[in-house]
Design a protein around this ligand. Structure first.
Ligand code: PHE
Length: 336
């Protein structure tokens, strides 16, 4: 019996083959269900205890040799096949580059423009409290102007809400920092509005704030003109009187887009002018709310919707496109 195993061990060690069939035959012969190894395991149970140790060691050695051989054959067959399977002369797959979302592209561009004249970026939470989103911005409870921005409140606690504008970041920043202050606050904002081609519950704003001694309306106008020239290549702007509770006086800024194409006529409704942002001189009451002395300091703020700017720059007509993330749309921004 034991000599028999030695012979089998030799057979295993000497076995060579490159054909799948032969290798499979070999495998079945030794470790198949009805293979030699299983016979040996049965035998092992029946022989007297005194012989078990020697016999067990021998069949273990055989088993290891079989496993080793099968592994060796498997690897040999894989390395041999590689040249057939892989055509190394084939060109590599083109690497698909992703693209930035147009909102981010434009946001970054706007930040770049204002950074070049000394503005830094500030951040604040999207879940806000009443004070930072409304009250400190001169919008006390029951102030009718609160209706200008339909708000998402948290039902359990009316003091908790989703910020309706990034002006809340103004307040947070002024609470923590002393003038001179020159910041931009980009971010997501939320309004409880019906979704249509021009409005969406979630959108993006970028707000600017500058507080220092002797900041004037002329500074505001000059800064915005610099901005429109840099971003759109258009320097003709006009300011129309408007109302925001946190600025006084307030204005809406239009940029002269021109009437050079059919699209220009359509988007400017035949006037050549496009509204791009709200702005104004920070109301002294707001400065008081954040413990900045309004007799010593003045400042301006402006805010715009990023989606609107993107739509103007890339001639897009439906705001919902920004949130569907259709790759056919996104892919068009690859090279930007
Ligand atoms: N927060 C205003 C809005 O969301 C925009 C604005 C910002 C206006 C700063 C004036 C000054 O409509």
């Amino acid at each position: 019996m034991l000599e028999n195993i030695d012979a089998l061990l030799k057979e295993v060690q000497n076995f060579q083959s490159t054909t799948k069939d032969e290798i499979e035959q070999f495998r079945l012969k030794f470790v198949g269900k009805k293979g030699i190894m299983n016979d040996f395991y049965d035998t092992l149970k029946r022989i007297p205890n005194s012989e078990k140790k020697d016999f067990g060691q021998k069949i273990n050695r055989l088993r290891n040799a079989v496993d080793h051989k099968l592994e060796e054959l498997k690897q040999a067959s894989q390395t041999e096949k590689t040249p057939e399977k892989e055509d190394l002369s084939r060109p590599a797959f083109p690497l698909e580059l992703g693209s930035r979302h147009p909102i981010n592209l434009v946001k970054n561009r706007i930040i770049e423009i204002f950074k070049s004249i000394g503005f830094a970026v500030a951040d604040g939470p999207e879940i806000e409290d009443d004070w930072h989103n409304f009250t400190a911005l001169n919008l006390p409870e029951y102030h009718p102007a609160r209706d200008m921005q339909d708000t998402f409140f948290i039902e359990q606690d009316p003091d908790v809400l989703l910020r309706t504008h990034t002006s809340s970041v103004q307040i947070r920043y002024m609470e923590e920092n002393k003038p001179p202050i020159r910041i931009l606050a980009p971010g997501r904002v939320f309004r409880n509005e019906a979704v249509s081609s021009r409005s969406h519950c979630i959108f993006h704003q970028i707000e600017g704030l500058y507080i220092d001694e002797d900041v004037s309306f002329a500074d505001l106008r000059q800064t915005i003109q610099f901005f429109t020239t840099e971003l759109f290549g258009k320097s003709k702007i006009r300011m129309r009187p408007s109302y925001f509770p946190f600025t006084e006086p307030s204005a809406e800024v239009d940029v002269y887009w021109g009437l050079n194409s059919e699209t220009d006529y359509r988007i400017t409704k035949g006037t050549g002018w496009l509204e791009i942002m709200g702005c104004g001189m920070v109301d002294p009451a707001v400065l008081k709310n954040v413990n900045i002395d309004p007799d010593k300091f003045t400042g301006y703020a402006f805010g715009m919707g990023i989606e609107r700017i993107v739509m103007l720059l890339y001639q897009m007509s439906d705001i919902r496109m920004f949130f569907e993330n259709d790759v056919r749309m996104l892919e068009q921004f690859k090279s930007l």
